[in-house]
Every structure is written in structure tokens, then in C-alpha cells.
Write a protein that binds this ligand. Structure first.
Ligand SMILES: [Zn+2]
Length: 336
């Protein structure tokens, strides 16, 4: 490197540090290794390929054949690819059917970038929690998830790209569910992984944000999953103003006008840069008929035409499907 350029480079780096700009480039951890956030492209941040609702006590990897699942799922993935999708976040957690064999097969055959998760799903009254989730401390659970980030998932070298937890929508969080949120906070601080929490109503989301803040985590490390479960759209705006990500993510299952209204409201409030959208679609269910498998294109076929009528531009769509996922999912510690 010529001397002057090198000197300019060093000065620029120093200036960057002084201004608090992170020195490292933002990365995303796919199942096939890290990529830059710029390589993520058009992304669906909350989808499923397989979900097995049998429960943590009965689930096992021999309940399905990855090749058979892939045969059903791949045509839907190629439709999504035709719509321009480059990356899909698999939101199926451990003990609900998260399967590295399947994810690797789908990534290889589809050419899509797939990102998977660490963490435990406490919603549906703890049916999908392993026994140690009840007895261990938040720090012990976090250590398990940090180990998965550092060493790999399920005896593979595949690393997770985000944390996925789930809590029930009761009046207040149970002790166990508070613990899951605390474990997610500790894992975030150690790894920089973004926290997705299956939530629903606003009061639960705000309770989680408070726990995270008490643990020193900024709200922008938190994704309020299934925010469409909250009918008071003012609460979406309140959470976004606090810096949290508002995930309107059930677009695979209808109610398109309501989604369009919620997203337009957030845009009108100047908060489109805090919104994530996805389908929550898929759901191959082991040992069932699978006639109602849902594809990944309603955003393009149903939602965007409605948003266009409300004045949304290509730039806005790019914000929702490219820029926001790249910002939300970049691995970076967001400490208060
Ligand atoms: Zn989901």
C-alpha cells in the first residue's frame, strides 16, 4: 500500500473510532458461514419450512425425512426466488423441528441464503421447553446458547444468526418466561445476536423491553414478533419510537388490508425504518397430510399492490425487505 494511502487509511480509521463508528463491517451469520450485511439482499425475516408440534418430550429427528420435506418445500422457495428473495430466516426453534440436515439441503438445492437460530420457545405453555429450561438459571441457559454460537448447533459446525425465544401473552410474564428474556439479554451481550421474541400483545412486548433495558440491552436489539397480534396500532408506534423492531409477520395467512394499514400508519409516523415484514408461512408438519402448506409470496402478490395504492414506492419496499433486515439482523452488541 502506498505510504500516503496507508496514512490516509489510518487517519480515516482513527476518525471513525473517534466518531463511534464500528470498525468491523456488519456481518450476518448464515448456515453456510458469515456474509456482509450488504450481501443479504431481499429478505424474509420470519418463515418456517418444518414445524413439529408434538412437544419437547416426544420430538426426535426420525419423525421426518429431510429429503421428503425438501421435495415439498423447494417449489415454494423457487417461487420466492423468482420474486427476488435472496435470504430467508428460519424461525423454527430447537424442540420444534429446527433441523440442520433440512436447512443445509434447502440452502444447497434452492441457492437461497438461510439463517437459523438459537434459543428456546416458551410460548404455548412451555410445551416446547426442554426440562433444564425450568431448573437452570438465566446465565446457565445463556451459556448454552453462547456455546451454540461459538461452536455450532446440534453437533454440527452450523452457527445461529439470531436468537429466537417465545413467551406467552398473559397479564404478566411467568418466572420461566422472564428468565428466557434475561437469558436472551445475556446471550445478546456476549454475541451481538439480535433477539426475536414470539410475543403478540403490546403490554408483553413492553415488559420484555424493560427486562432487556434492565440488563443493559438497547431496544433495537429486540424484534417484537407477531406485533400484528396487538390491535392498538398506537402501541406499534410507541415501540418503534423506543427503537424496537416491529415485526408484522403473518402475511402468509390473509388480513392484507389490516397489514397495509398498520405499515402505512408507521410510515406516516416516520417509522418505516423500524418495521420488519414476513409471512410466517411454510409449516410442513411431520406425519400429517400437508395439504395446507403456505407459500412465501403474498407480500409481492397481495401486500405490495395495496401499499402502492397508498403511495408506497420501490424505495419503501427496498427499505422493508432489504435495508431493515440488514440493519436489524447485523451481528452487533447493542448495549445501553
Ligand atoms: Zn413463526
Amino acid at each position: 500500500m502506498p505510504t500516503l494511502t496507508r496514512r490516509a487509511f489510518l487517519l480515516a480509521s482513527f476518525g471513525g473510532l473517534m466518531a463511534g463508528i464500528p470498525k468491523r463491517r456488519a456481518t450476518i451469520q448464515t448456515i453456510n458461514g458469515p456474509i456482509s450485511a450488504q450481501q443479504l439482499g431481499k429478505s424474509l425475516v420470519h418463515e418456517h419450512f418444518l414445524v413439529d408440534f408434538i412437544g419437547a418430550d416426544k420430538i426426535s429427528f426420525d419423525r421426518w425425512n429431510p429429503a421428503e420435506v425438501a421435495e415439498l418445500v423447494l417449489p415454494y422457495l423457487s417461487e420466492a426466488k423468482k420474486a427476488g428473495v435472496k435470504s430467508i430466516f428460519d424461525c423454527t426453534p430447537a424442540f420444534l423441528g429446527r433441523d440442520m440436515r433440512l436447512l443445509q439441503l434447502l440452502a444447497k438445492e434452492s441457492g437461497l441464503q438461510i439463517i437459523t437460530n438459537t434459543g428456546y420457545y416458551g410460548a404455548r405453555e412451555n410445551k416446547f421447553l426442554p426440562p433444564w429450561a425450568f431448573t437452570e438459571t438465566a446465565a446457565q441457559l445463556a451459556q448454552r446458547w453462547i456455546n451454540e454460537f461459538e461452536k455450532g448447533l446440534d453437533n454440527t459446525t452450523v452457527r445461529p444468526g439470531f436468537i429466537k425465544i417465545g413467551v406467552d401473552a398473559n397479564e404478566a410474564l411467568s418466572e420461566t418466561h422472564r428468565k428466557l428474556v434475561q437469558a436472551a439479554a445475556l446471550t445478546h451481550l456476549a454475541t451481538g445476536l439480535t433477539i426475536f421474541s414470539h410475543t403478540g400483545p403490546g403490554h408483553t412486548a413492553f415488559e420484555e423491553i424493560e427486562i432487556l433495558q434492565a440488563a443493559g440491552v438497547k431496544p433495537d436489539a429486540f424484534v417484537w414478533v407477531h406485533a400484528q397480534g396487538e390491535k392498538d396500532k398506537n402501541l406499534h408506534i410507541r415501540a418503534a419510537k423506543q427503537g424496537a423492531w416491529v415485526s408484522l409477520d403473518g402475511i402468509g395467512w390473509g388480513d392484507f388490508d389490516n397489514y397495509a394499514d398498520a405499515i402505512a400508519g408507521l410510515k406516516a409516523a416516520g417509522l418505516l425504518q423500524r418495521v420488519l415484514i414476513s409471512h410466517d408461512a411454510g409449516w410442513y408438519k411431520p406425519q400429517e397430510s400437508n395439504n395446507n402448506f403456505q407459500g412465501y409470496t403474498n407480500i409481492f402478490k397481495e401486500l405490495f399492490p395495496r401499499l402502492k395504492q397508498k403511495g408506497f414506492s420501490e424505495k419503501d419496499f427496498d427499505q422493508l425487505l432489504v435495508k431493515n433486515p440488514a440493519t436489524a439482523m447485523a451481528i452487533q452488541v447493542r448495549k445501553l
